[in-house]
Design a protein around this ligand. Structure first.
Ligand SMILES: [Zn+2]
Length: 513
């Protein structure tokens, strides 16, 4: 069977999408899960773009052992130098250098002639090759580039030492037949193509990212770039889980394997959704909430007689299990620890103790603890706190009546260490809380989006709030979980503001170096 490498760019192309801002600990958590999932390459970020990205890429490169870790760089010496500092600790240092090759990008964005672009690309690859054993070069907007020009520039960068050539459909314009034909053309015309990996990178603007990626693979691509849940710029990237499961379920047809540990898919999908705040549509292939729900009577009847009448993928395949928890109010620490390990969490004794305390508190208030609840408790512990002084909520109280003006009182510790109490009104309970918090932080905050969802089922389910806001010119996403949605909302709001504080702290430390 042919082996296809999956190159995951959730932490670079995915993180780049509107409203997503992950901190280093969250990125590391996702990277660990991607390693368990068995992706060949993890693109951890764009080291030269910010100190935060640099730090995250460096920590991931130094931690992950079983996947190759890469970072994105423009075709510039400075970007490549910074990337080397971030990635040198990796098992197999790999860099991803890109330069646009389409007429529109060369003329208007780069303001360079095609000949100049060839020279810049060759110089960048040669320069990167001094440090990195693995150099991937991307022809940005390759699909809208002139084919003969593509062959010419790829010939040159292979001579210069590139080990992977990525041919992206940057704007999501290709159809499967055309994109496949482009790979066939390159396979037939590029000199030394057998020495390098050819890579596909597709965007979903016309809903064809997965189909285009598979067409590329059928025509000679050795690597597919994709993201968990298909998140990414604009309409997103090709969804990793769809490609991996399609290759597995239809291996009779494709005769290819991806090396992905399918049982880790559900967990990866949930983790990315929770940490990015990007909700998965219920009918999403493979990982949607309804992907395995059979509604119609005829279908249900068929399923009862033989599951295979309507089921081509089982929930178990992607690690969705229905095993009852058998954990409750009276469960002991050992059973709790055992469960954490079965679910794949590696917690220190102290983290485990804190999670256990939270679990006991939750079990007092909630009849049935679900696996989703535990997932929240364990990830909460794994995302350890920072040393930066931040805002901390102590108490939130709301007075609401159908005929009254809602009033919120908030008590919180501010970064200077003092505790403040503020009260104010709003048109609704949530607005009054947000108004009070705005007074507490003494800043101007614009709420861009706000969402509350329940975790799991039942009337006593935990509430998760996601707040997307603009503060000091930055767009930030905060999230938090509580048994009461008003408390979760207040904590999510402060979580967004705290992310900015942590980021500023990192920038200051960087300047002092
Ligand atoms: Zn992209």
């Amino acid at each position: 069977m042919r082996k296809i490498d999956l190159f995951d760019t959730t932490l670079r192309d995915g993180e780049q999408s509107a409203g997503i801002n992950l901190n280093t600990v969250e990125k590391l958590e996702i990277a660990r899960q991607l390693e368990k999932l068995g992706v060949a390459v993890i693109e951890a970020g764009f080291p030269a773009s910010s100190p935060g990205d640099f730090e995250a890429v460096q920590r991931i490169a130094n931690t992950v052992k079983n996947s190759t870790v890469t970072g994105l760089a423009r075709a510039m010496k400075n970007d490549i130098d910074i990337s080397w500092e971030a990635l040198r600790g990796g098992e197999q240092p790999h860099i991803h250098v890109f330069l646009a090759t389409s007429p529109i990008h060369m003329e208007y964005k780069l303001k360079k002639s095609p000949d100049e672009v060839v020279d810049i690309a060759v110089d960048a690859v040669k320069y990167a090759k001094q440090y990195f054993p693995l150099v991937q070069w991307s022809a940005e907007d390759a699909f809208r580039s002139d084919k003969e020009y593509l062959v010419r520039i790829i010939n040159k960068v292979i001579e210069a030492g590139a080990t992977t050539i990525n041919v992206p459909d940057t704007v999501g314009y290709a159809t499967p037949a055309e994109y496949g034909a482009l790979f066939k053309y390159l396979k037939e015309n590029v000199r030394g193509v057998e020495k390098v990996k050819l890579s596909a990178h597709c965007h979903d603007d016309l809903g064809m990212a997965v189909a285009n990626s598979i067409a590329a693979v059928e025509n000679g691509a050795d690597q597919v770039e994709c993201t968990i849940n298909g998140i990414g710029e604009r309409a997103g990237n090709a969804a990793l889980e769809e490609i991996a499961v399609a290759m597995h379920i239809r291996k009779d047809f494709y005769n290819m394997e991806t090396g992905i540990n399918l049982k880790e898919i559900k967990k990866a999908s949930q983790l990315v959704s929770r940490l990015t705040g990007v909700v998965i549509q219920p009918n999403k292939a493979v990982v949607g909430k309804n992907a395995f729900a059979h509604e119609s009577g005829i279908h249900q009847d068929g399923m009862l007689k033989n599951r295979e009448t309507y089921e081509i993928i089982t929930p178990e395949l992607i690690g969705e299990t229905d095993i009852p928890l058998a954990l409750g109010k009276h469960s002991g620490r050992a059973a709790f620890k055992d469960r954490a390990m079965t679910m794949g969490f590696e917690l220190t004794d102290q983290q485990l103790n804190e999670a256990f305390d939270d679990f006991k508190k939750l079990a007092d208030r909630k009849k049935e603890i679900t696996e989703d609840d535990l997932f929240v408790l364990f990830t909460g512990q794994q995302l350890a706190d920072t040393d930066t002084p931040i805002y901390e909520l102590h108490n939130v109280q709301v007075q609401y009546g159908t005929n009254n003006i809602p009033t919120a009182t908030v008590t919180a510790t501010v970064p200077s260490g003092e505790t403040v109490t503020v009260a104010t009104t709003g048109a609704g309970s949530v607005e009054s809380i947000f108004n009070a918090l705005e007074l507490a932080i003494k800043g101007e905050v614009l709420i861009l989006d706000y969402r509350v969802t329940s975790i799991g089922k039942g009337r006593d389910a935990l509430g998760e709030a996601v707040v997307n806001l603009r503060h000091n010119g930055l767009e930030l996403t905060g999230r938090d979980v509580a048994q009461d949605v008003l408390e979760a909302s207040a904590k999510a709001y402060l979580n967004a503001i705290n992310r900015q504080l942590v980021r500023e702290q990192l920038r200051k430390e960087e300047l002092m170096k």
